[in-house]
Design a protein around this ligand. Sequence first.
Ligand code: ACO
Length: 325
Amino acid sequence: MTELHRAVITGIGAYLPENIVTNEDLSKRVETTDAWIYARTGIRRRHVARDDEMTSDLALAASRQAMSRAGLGAEDLDLIVLATTTPDSTFPATATRVQAELGVTQGAAFDIQAVCSGFIYALSVADNAIKLGQSRNALVIGAETFTRLLDWNDRSTCVLFGDGAGAVTLSRATDGNADDRGILSTHLHSDGRFYNLLYVDGGPSSTGTTGHVRMLGPEVFKHAVNKLSDSVEEALAANGMTSADVDWFVPHQANKRIIDSTAKKLGISTDRIILTVDEHANTSAASIPLALETGVRDGRIKKGDLVVLEAIGGGLSWGASVVRW
Ligand code: ACO
């Protein structure tokens, strides 16, 4: 029987483009107000990439920070998994551009497409590769220039999203898991019957265009709260834990109302939630590592803490992960 290894998060990095667009700014473009947006979503502002800034540029900045904090060089990495819905080009994978810019010439680099749950999916793939001995040091990135998919005349969607990137380095535990740190489990789900609740009305094989985000907001909201709370419960139960064991809840940052309702259903108090959606809106696959980086940098998330990650997005696809930091 193959020996299973534990994957530990050893470094984390984040990058947000400089350009900030406030709710007030948006109210000059579409019929909306700061009060409406904040009350319905908890969002105050979002970062928007410059025209010449690509997803790979954002990913690279976050990756460099994560690698430097982990003390890992290009020669150490043997796997790069990049979650994105907004690749630089239809192909090759944006991960390969990041690989080249980092100076990594060994191992594999590829993209994962699971929209807003992409980071959990990418984490799961890299975790499994480390578990099975296929990888020793992996880079897991969530990076998006999601605003490129927005219809700036559609007030029901254009106020919700932003651009950004976050990255973590995952390494095989060296101490034989003695202190129980690392990725304890990941849990993935999707149900394509809900395709039409949240999608882009374009693509290389359908229209030949990039397309724009279309969404049935209230429907997504209902699915989100139920599916997220179910998958967190599933993830905790798989580790013999309950929400009472959770030190930090780091949800996908789509909407404060979804986060609050999910946490309430799970019995997780607001002082245990890392909330960053006000600062950068929904950055899709980047939102979890961005929130995680905030919690780590400001000292709330400490070594040994039990951290629960969750996300849902187009597909519908969703999932959760339990991590001992
Ligand atoms: N400013 C002002 N009014 C608006 C805006 C806006 N930006 N957008 C919509 N409205 C109006 C609508 O036109 C509607 O007007 P009407 O009653 O005259 O028809 C009214 O506000 C209510 O619209 P609803 O869509 O019913 O508003 P709701 O309370 O559901 O809030 C929202 C909309 C914020 C999109 C909510 O449904 C939601 O959060 N859904 C989850 C969607 C989400 O977060 N998606 C992100 C991707 S998926 C994920 O990452 C989880």
